[in-house]
Write a new protein. Structure first.
Length: 276
């Protein structure tokens, strides 16, 4: 029998046995057609180690076809405290570069995966935790959420994609100041900067994230897929290349059965179908 657990009063199905992996750092669940990935290292403030990284990768590699969106959240009082420094070992230049590329590979599977991802953030979103959160397509914070990039104050440098993802959102200059000074941004400042799209009362970020995820699953799967795959990439292109890529994405999205049915329904409702 599949495992069923309860989180915040909601019964959710645990599919980890179905995908053949014993998860110890995350808790994967489903609620209807929404997948829920909980970072589950509360005693470590959900700091990221290799075990957590590989379990996240396995989760997204084995996501069932029935899942239309994923919510990432955390157990405990902080979303993610970043790199687990207690398990971090000093590496030579080549080893450090390969470590960074590991994070890049796994985080790309979130940002450029098969479904939209919503992050429900609470407490600290620090360093690597901020890099993880920014892979999500929709981000919900709470009033107690705060953001930091403390690497510069620790004599190291970001390596999980912040210079691209965070820099793209808040700008290179602001990110540089954030790293140089260790500046902390609160929830409302994060909303203004684009680090979050919503700020909710404490204890309700997950509820809002689930509401948004369910709304997203009402879209045509192909349309969602094209938005996840195309928009960020087009933003990094020249205007000319971006216009061309947009035309391809539009052509592919409108080929789905859902798009055709939606157009037929619109034309019938407006009476235009009868006049053609």
């Amino acid at each position: 029998m599949a495992n069923v657990s309860v989180w915040m009063g909601q019964s959710v199905l645990n599919p980890s046995e179905a995908v053949g992996m014993e998860y110890t750092h995350i808790k994967p669940e489903t609620d209807g057609n929404v997948g829920i990935l909980t970072l589950d290292r509360p005693s470590k403030f959900n700091a990221i180690n290799h075990g957590l990284l590989f379990e996240i990768e396995h989760y997204f590699d084995t996501l069932p076809d029935a899942i239309g969106a994923v919510v990432i959240r955390s157990s405990g009082q902080h979303f993610c405290a970043g790199l687990d420094l207690l398990e971090h070992s000093m590496r030579d230049a080549a080893g450090a570069m390969h470590e960074c590329r590991l994070w890049h590979r796994i985080f790309d599977k979130i940002e450029y995966g098969s479904v939209p991802v919503v992050a429900a953030m609470n407490g600290g979103v620090l360093g690597g935790g901020m890099e993880l959160a920014m892979t999500a397509h929709i981000r919900v914070s709470q009033q107690d959420t705060f953001y930091e990039l403390p690497e510069g104050r620790r004599a190291i440098f970001v390596g999980g994609g912040a210079t691209v993802r965070v820099g793209r959102i808040i700008g290179a200059s602001r990110m540089m100041e954030m790293m140089l000074t260790g500046r902390r941004y609160g929830a409302e400042q994060g909303l203004q900067l684009g680090l979050a799209h919503y700020v909710e009362p404490n204890g309700t970020a997950f509820d809002k994230a689930m509401e948004l995820a369910r709304r997203v699953t009402e879209n045509a799967p192909l349309s969602n897929y094209m938005m996840v795959q195309a928009i960020t990439r087009i933003n990094d292109m020249s205007a000319s290349d971006g216009f061309f890529a947009e035309s391809l994405a539009a052509a592919i999205a409108q080929s789905s059965p859902e798009a055709r049915a939606g157009m037929e329904a619109f034309l019938t409702k407006t009476g235009k179908r009868d006049n053609q």
